[in-house]
Design a protein around this ligand. Structure first.
Ligand code: B12
Length: 291
């Protein structure tokens, strides 16, 4: 996806004259920056936010680097999970991108696209794999495609304010599950945070160093799998200690955090999904302009 667009490109994509487009820029309806030579350049996230808030249809989405089929699905959340699952199983990145962007442009929040469409599709994919109806290569490709879709969605979100609070997190020890922590990062960025997933498989001690060095306003841990519960609990306590002595709230979630395990942990918030997390995050920071 292109990061900066010319007024001509955006005008072609929306199907309006270049003059109208420039007028909108001058009125501040679409953010624009100027090149050294004085020409307007439009950041893609500003263009997408404009299209989303005005519900203006796109005539040539390909010009913006969006899939050519953007705008063809109905953008209804409830009907999109099955379609996304099918597209993921078929390993069709363009269909997945188009479904995700149609939902976003229709006004759905990324957090709901993640919880209700993407994560729900992966649960169904996991069940199909368990029953021998899905090959491992299909599941792996689905993960690759989803990671790219998440990065693209992240690129079109409104940029967080420069003074927005910082959040960091990831997975611990041998937990290799990248999708959940990347979704957490995306959901928090949508909620206005400068969120950064540090990735997967990180040792407790280095999380403590990151908490010390980066002084985040929120730390998250996503837990999708556990090899040893006692080892996990011990490592988690080290991180929680480092966070709590600095007054950093810790949010936890993930499919492996059963009630029994949670009883052994101290934390500021637990969420079954990203909507729960974002609801908590908003009690810490509530920017004026978010979904
Ligand atoms: C993709 C996947 C993998 C991939 C992950 C790749 C990657 N790059 O991430 C890989 C290849 C690593 C993998 C490996 C294995 N997997 Co696997 N995997 C899955 C699958 C299909 C999807 C998981 C996923 O990423 N979902 C997307 C995320 C975003 O959704 P989510 O986990 O539901 O997260 C939501 C909430 O939990 C919450 N949340 C998550 N994190 C956080 C954090 C915070 C702070 C908050 C508030 C909320 C929150 O919000 C999220 C969005 O709603 C699941 C199916 C399933 N039911 O989950 C199986 C599944 C988890 N895997 C399974 C198995 C068996 C395995 C393997 C053992 C297979 C094998 N024989 O090798 C290995 C084990 C790996 C290990 N070390 O544990 C089983 C586990 C069964 C069990 N009893 O626990 C499952 C359930 C499949 C199944 N139905 O059998 N897997």
């Amino acid at each position: 996806m292109k990061e900066l667009l010319t007024p001509k490109q955006v005008a072609r994509a929306i199907g309006v004259s270049e003059a109208s487009l420039k007028r909108w820029c001058d009125k501040g309806l679409i953010p624009a920056i100027r090149t050294v030579g004085g020409h307007r350049r439009l950041p893609i996230n500003g263009v997408i936010q404009f299209l989303r808030s005005t519900q203006r249809p796109m005539v040539r989405p390909g010009v913006l680097g969006l899939p050519a089929t953007t705008g063809l699905s109905d953008g209804v959340l409830e009907r999109s999970q099955g379609r996304m699952q099918e597209a993921l199983e078929a390993g069709d990145p363009e269909r997945c991108r188009a479904i995700a962007f149609d939902l976003y442009l229709a006004g759905h929040a990324v957090v709901d696209i993640c919880d209700k469409v993407l994560a729900a599709s992966f649960r169904a994919l996991g069940d199909r794999w368990e029953h021998g109806d899905l090959e491992v290569y299909q599941e792996r490709l689905a993960c690759e495609i989803t990671m790219r879709v998440l990065l693209e969605l992240r690129a079109v979100l409104a940029s967080p304010a420069v003074d927005a609070p910082y959040a960091l997190g990831g997975t611990l020890g041998p937990d290799p599950y990248t999708l959940a922590t990347t979704m957490v990062e995306t959901a928090l960025r949508e909620a206005g945070w400068r969120a950064q997933s540090h990735g997967v498989g990180i040792p407790a001690e280095t999380y403590c160093a990151a908490i010390r060095d980066k002084a985040p306003a929120l730390f998250w841990l996503s837990v999708s799998t556990l090899e040893s519960v006692p080892k996990f609990v011990a490592q988690y306590r080290v991180i929680h200690e480092a966070a709590s002595t600095r007054g950093v709230p810790v949010a936890v979630g993930g499919r492996a955090l059963t009630e029994d395990i949670r009883q052994q942990l101290a934390y500021s918030a637990f969420g079954d999904n990203l909507r729960h997390l974002v609801t908590f995050a908003r009690t810490l920071y509530f920017p004026s302009k978010v979904d």
